[in-house]
Write a protein that binds this ligand. Sequence first.
Ligand code: OGA
Ligand code: MN
Length: 296
Amino acid sequence: MDLVPLGPGFGVEVRGVGLIDVASSADAYAAVRAAFEEHSVLLFRNQSVTDDIQTAFSRAFGPLELTKVSSVGSGTFYARLTNIGPDGALVPPTHRQALTARANQLWHTDSSFKQTPALASVLSARIVPGHGGETQFTSTRQAWDRLPPALQERLRDAVATHSYANSRSQIDPRMVTPEEHATLPPVRWRMSWRNPVNGRRALYIASHAYAIDGMGDNEAKALLARLTEEATQPQHTYIHRWLPGDVVMWDNRATMHRGRPWPDAETRSMVRTTISATDADGLGEVRPPAPLPRAA
Ligand code: OGA
Ligand code: MN
């Protein structure tokens, strides 16, 4: 297996090992898992991906998420990010699937709004547009390391609240369905995530985060915006330009990402599988104690 650097200090292309190897060989899995813990973003090129191969690869890393209500692929292992509608035609820009693509263009980490957040996401390119449609990544591990020590001290155990409705309402408040409101209540996580394998800490924030315990709403929003802006300065990011057959896997504990726009008239179709975090991935430390009851 060879690792070829991709981004500024994080991200590698994996050569000599493919998705099927990882699914079928413990040694290949161990090597790729070690690369994942170290480099946060892995690219596999020229893969003959089917849904089954993507699942076999992904489930080597842990339990798979089921796609949430009101998404294409709901109740299955697959989140289908596509601008092709159920009738086979391109959807208009106001369609829910187009709005979802716009929401993905906010800097985020996947599934921080879920009761169990994600360890990793695996995204395969099925149809790639001729222009645009890249995915941009940043290392929140490096962003953490750049923070002044006093701010690290303040944020290490600070607790933020995340909700799906917060990120979607930035695109269109009507985007959140009653089923989503009912099944996706806000969740709280510490603002840093320590990797148990190498001890490296990462800033844990996302477009889903909006409040911080013990801080006024405006102050919290301003701090989250400032942290996101610092973490995502262009020189610290890697922009992935997709080719058909590309599969990219990222560590949701140690990165943020966003989609980039592409022309409405061009087709883009991607399939994501998502691996849930477990205590072995450091989740136990990220879960804060229950909030104190408000004084009467
Ligand atoms: C995702 C995501 C962005 C893109 O799959 O989680 O945010 O570029 N995708 O498709
Ligand atoms: Mn995403």
